[in-house]
Design a protein around this ligand. Structure first.
Ligand SMILES: Cc1cc2nc3c(=O)[nH]c(=O)nc-3n(C[C@H](O)[C@H](O)[C@H](O)COP(=O)(O)O)c2cc1C
Length: 225
């Protein structure tokens, strides 16, 4: 059970201010084993399909290994940055400003990923074959995303910043080989940089209004709010 104490933060504040932290990751300060252990213990209380608990979390601290994984991430990031959709998003009249902020922050993370003291790689010990059924896909990802988000919430409540990233998965097989993961049997789901955050707290972020993303009874039928 956890031995480190969370900061004094209400549940709603925790849920609404756990941001993707990139520029405010403290690259100079190490993260203790106790903090990682406690956040992982909390993560293990999350649900899995049929209570299988076939998750596996790789905590990468070794600077050499971090460097190799970060290099794969950067390679994928550069390809993403060179894609036409990247530019289109930046020019979007409604969301361009938000995308520019995310882009600048993402650029920073890509450049510094190797310096982040802990890289967490959540995995599931199953694979969906190409063309696999939707139920299998949903069950696989649904068995690791809740736990990983719990980890991120527990981290935030202990002064640690995290960000959900997936770009390194463009090179999942190479990452598996670096990390000694049996690629045919185990799926990597994300790469979560973990560090103490700098500055004070976080705020809520702008989101598409609730009424635009909810329906009542039938898809597209306006909700009462
Ligand atoms: C499935 C998924 C994949 C993501 N992949 C990346 C990524 O590869 N790199 C990155 O910098 N951020 C990535 N993000 C972070 C999103 O950009 C971030 O959650 C979003 O901008 C909202 O940030 P906010 O909660 O701080 O407002 C990803 C988030 C999700 C949920």
């Amino acid at each position: 059970m956890p031995t480190t104490s969370p900061i004094d933060i209400g549940v709603d504040e925790l849920l609404t201010t756990t941001r993707a932290v990139r520029k405010r990751l403290d690259l100079e300060r190490d993260v203790s084993d106790e903090l990682i252990h406690d956040c992982l213990e909390i993560a293990l209380q999350a649900p899995t399909s049929s209570n299988m608990q076939d998750w596996h979390f790789i905590v990468v601290r070794d600077p050499e290994v971090r460097g190799e994984i970060a290099a794969l991430y950067r390679q994928a990031y550069e390809r993403y940055r060179a894609s036409p959709t990247y530019d289109e998003r930046l020019r979007d009249p409604d969301k361009g400003e938000t995308h520019q902020r995310v882009a600048s922050s993402s650029e920073h993370l890509a450049a510094h990923m190797h310096e982040v003291p802990v890289l967490l790689i959540p995995c599931v010990k199953r694979r969906v074959q190409p063309g696999g059924r939707q139920l299998g896909v949903a069950s696989l990802y649904g068995s690791i995303i809740p736990a990983t988000w719990s980890f991120m919430l527990a981290a935030r409540s202990r002064g640690l910043g995290t960000a959900w990233t997936t770009l390194h998965l463009r090179h999942e097989e190479e990452a598996a080989s670096i990390l000694g993961i049996p690629y045919e049997e185990v799926t990597q789901v994300a790469l979560i940089p973990v560090a103490h955050y700098t500055g004070e707290g976080f705020g809520t972020a702008p989101r598409t209004p609730l009424a635009e993303v909810t329906s009542l009874d039938r898809y597209g039928q306006a909700p009462p709010w």
